[in-house]
Design a binder for this molecule. Structure first.
Ligand code: PFF
Length: 448
């Protein structure tokens, strides 16, 4: 097997994992999912899910990765010799492609908005006009596909030049900046007339607004946002050094990621209510609301540019981590050269992403399970692939994996204490995660 490099510093390792977690899932998807599912109650379920399933599964992926310093397939082979658990890797690879498929389309929209912001076009319109601008973009196949392809080319160029580690370093400066900017936008949003309605929507849990489908959406959103269930964090864990505290790292990733999602909500919803927009607008929500927020601000032109640039970097660190899943697999398991592995991954990603981009225009009459191609990929990625993957990971580490491996990883071979963390982790993995996920699937398929 190729020699694997580790992260030079503990901060570098965490920054990379946070870079994977923080992305469009937090800034674009979280607000619209919360908006479509009634706000406060959704967020409560979401946070609960992060605590009892999300962070435990992050920790499990780190444990699998660091105990073997390998990708998912060879890790499962080493941890369970002679067993077929490693076949789960194929589901992870498939899942990663489905995420890349729809995700790159939205990354394309971000570049278009960065471009429009640079031209000064995101200024001087009504919220309704911004809706028309967005619809104009997605209904134009050339633009929608063009930006998506440009994004993917950028992504795979970064990977093939081996500069993704450099990008991650840049991102560890950009991320805190994004955080600060989000706070500035939140303050601006909160000063808008009628902002309190948005806060109430976001934080007052009205459970009559939450359906079982909404609960499933909250679980799926949490898994997508944390990058868990498709072995992404196994790869990162495999690069971690043996003396970092995995539980601290998992908690840090979970908490920071959730903070960014909540801040995005606080940025979007006061503005949604103040401008009289619909919280249920779906995927186009932030593209209608953000320009209206920018134009209220002094120096709105610069703010808009800066914001889309930072979101672009946040998405790039996420897609880098996503594409690393099939690439590492092809290199280490199928002995392809890095170049060839990148080419195959890029080609497949491109096909899926173009199909997703065309589903807003040329292919808008193609329906898969009652959804457009884009929506079907988006739904399948988080609500099916990542949840089933999370379920597998929880059951594997909770029930199947040798407890000594878990204990060793949590305590770094006895050097750290895990008296509370270990029983908590095992309880969540053995009971809470499987029961919740299986219950919701059975309920929604009408079996119970
Ligand atoms: N967590 C990323 C986000 O919230 O935007 C998306 C993602 C990245 C999902 C990497 C899965 C993954 F493996």
């Amino acid at each position: 097997m190729a020699k694997r490099a580790g992260f030079a510093t503990r901060l570098g390792a965490i920054a990379a994992a946070v870079g994977s977690a923080v992305g469009l899932g937090n800034i674009w998807r979280f607000p619209y999912e919360a908006g479509a599912n009634g706000g406060g109650a959704f967020i409560l379920v979401y946070i609960g899910c992060i605590i009892v399933m999300g962070i435990p599964v992050i920790l499990s992926e780190f444990i699998i990765g660091r105990s073997t310093h390998s990708n998912m397939k060879s890790a499962l082979r080493q941890l369970s010799p002679g067993k077929k658990y490693y076949l789960f890797t194929y589901l992870c690879i498939l899942g990663s492609f489905v995420v890349i498929g729809f995700y790159s389309v939205v990354c394309g929209w971000i570049i278009e908005y960065l471009y429009q912001a640079a031209l000064g076009n995101l200024h001087g319109h009504t919220p309704q006009e911004y809706e028309a601008i967005f619809m104009g973009l997605v209904s134009n196949p050339w633009r929608c596909v063009g930006w998506t392809v440009i994004f993917l080319i950028l992504n795979f160029l970064v990977m093939s030049r081996g500069i993704h580690k450099g990008i991650e370093r840049v991102a560890s400066i950009m991320m805190p900046l994004l955080f600060v900017i989000l706070i500035v936008f939140c303050v601006n949003s909160l000063l808008l007339p009628g902002a309190s309605k948005g806060l109430e929507f976001l934080f007052y849990p009205d459970f009559s607004e939450l359906t079982m489908r909404g609960v499933l959406d909250a679980f799926g959103q949490a898994f997508l946002s944390l990058s868990i269930g498709i072995s992404c964090l196994v790869t990162y864990g495999s690069y971690f050094k043996d003396d970092t505290s995995l539980s601290m790292d998992a908690a840090t990733v979970g908490v920071l990621d959730t903070l960014v999602a909540i801040l995005s909500g606080v940025m979007i919803f006061p503005a949604v209510f103040s401008f009289g927009l619909e919280p249920t607008a779906g995927p186009r929500l932030i593209f209608e609301v953000l320009p209206s927020i920018f134009q209220q601000m002094t120096g709105g032109y610069i703010w808009a540019l800066l914001f889309f640039l930072l979101v672009f970097f946040a998405s790039l660190t996420s897609t880098i981590s996503l594409s690393e899943i099939p690439i590492t697999f092809l290199i280490e398991e199928h002995k392809l050269s890095r170049r060839v592995a990148i080419l195959w991954t890029a080609l497949l990603s491109l096909i899926l992403a173009v199909l997703a981009a065309l589903s807003f225009n040329v292919l808008d009459d193609v329906v898969l399970f009652g959804k457009s191609i884009f929506d079907a990929m988006d739904y399948a990625a988080s609500n099916i692939f990542m949840l089933i993957g999370g379920l597998f990971t929880a059951v594997y580490v909770g029930w199947i994996l040798d407890r000594k491996v878990v204990h060793d990883q949590l305590t770094n071979g006895g050097r750290l204490k895990a008296t509370v963390v270990e029983p908590y982790l095992i309880f969540c993995l053995r009971y809470v995660a499987p029961v919740s996920i299986i219950f919701i699937f059975l309920y929604l398929t009408g079996i119970i």
